[in-house]
Design a protein around this ligand. Sequence first.
Ligand code: PMP
Length: 441
Amino acid sequence: VQSDYLKLQNEKESNARSYPRHFPLVISKAKGITVTDTEGRNYYDCLAGAGTLALGHNHETVTDAIRGVLDQQIPLHTLDLATPLKLAFMQELLSILPNELKDTAKIQFCGPTGADAVEAAIKLVKNATGGKSILAFQGSYHGSTQATMAMSGNLSKKQHLQSLLPDVHFLPFPYEYRCPFGMGEGMTAKLSAQYIENLLDDCESGIALPCGIILETVQGEGGVIPADLEWLRQLRRITSERGIPLIIDEVQTGIGRTGRMFSFEHAGIVPDVIICSKAVGGSLPMAVVIYKEELDQWQPGAHTGTFRGNQLGMAAGLATLRHMQEQNILQNVQLRSGQFMHRLEQLKGQYAEVGDVRGRGLMIGVEIVDPAGPKDRLGHYLQNGALAASIQHECFNNGLIVEVGGRHSAVIRFLPPLNITEQETAAVLGIFEKSVQAAIA
Ligand code: PMP
């Protein structure tokens, strides 16, 4: 039966889809971290809706909330019109913000994808500052629409589509392991901050007045690259001193993924604009931009869209946020992160193919390298995307779903539900090690 479904999908669905290529399964049921295919096989899902399923599949808190909307005949869609549920969701979202933003921040519902929220954020800051150019980072990912692709730093995927949008300038991200300056040894972040400051002060550079600077504090699709926290503080200082809005794309990192509600909290900074999607809707489509009130200078209708008033998403998002706080899910993220990192670091010591292990919270990446090949200028073996794909394939055969990303798709990415247990983590790590062994044998 499963092969019939897959045949139909291959024949009828566009080639632009990606996940089915890695995971030839047809899912019929899912609960917690487990998905079950039509043949009854179980898999640990460490892709978790690309980080969307904060509480895993079909958590009772979320399903009860969705059922409640239906039972109470709450309208499913209201565009921008108010409902008690919408107001409760907004209040909850504001309540988890840093103190500086709690009472004053504005929320723009978008929708419902992350990319649409990124588009809205850029429009917002263009409007408020009059600046035209946007500063973004090498290796970043902000979406698949034309403008968000223009701001994403993975050039190979968009080369044939150029030109998408003018006026995007890319800055070096502090990717310590593959230092863009060829330096390493703790220099990457320092040099990147100095580079950005010099560039902004060079009035001949042509980008002296950007409308904003957009970044992920941990690049996700770019290969799970956490930004140095002091670098983030420097970036905040540099942008504040020059009046440039700092936009943090929390689409993947936000809502607890890194062990704090928002990933910028690790650095103790407060951005001007926060972009949220994925987990914010409790696994249902939802995207919001949260921003400082002084940026709120756009006119009614400046960013419209039909699917902004999705009450199911608000109910699921509200239930998820409340549950996370009641159950101290952030603490679990920190504990399980430690468990992952500890074992993965051991594997790095055991297998030369495991080049780098990094992450923040439950956003974890393992960069796979080729120890039989040449080294880069920093003395690290080059990325081995083919081996990463084999490891991913072995994982899948052993009942574990993990995604790959980064340069040459050589980084295995773990994005498990945030309530993953100690035992589940141990099981995932066991399968991963077995799969690494099988792939390199
Ligand atoms: N920003 C980041 C950081 C993301 O990881 C993603 C999706 N992976 C997006 C934006 C785009 O979100 P969506 O796919 O919902 O458009």
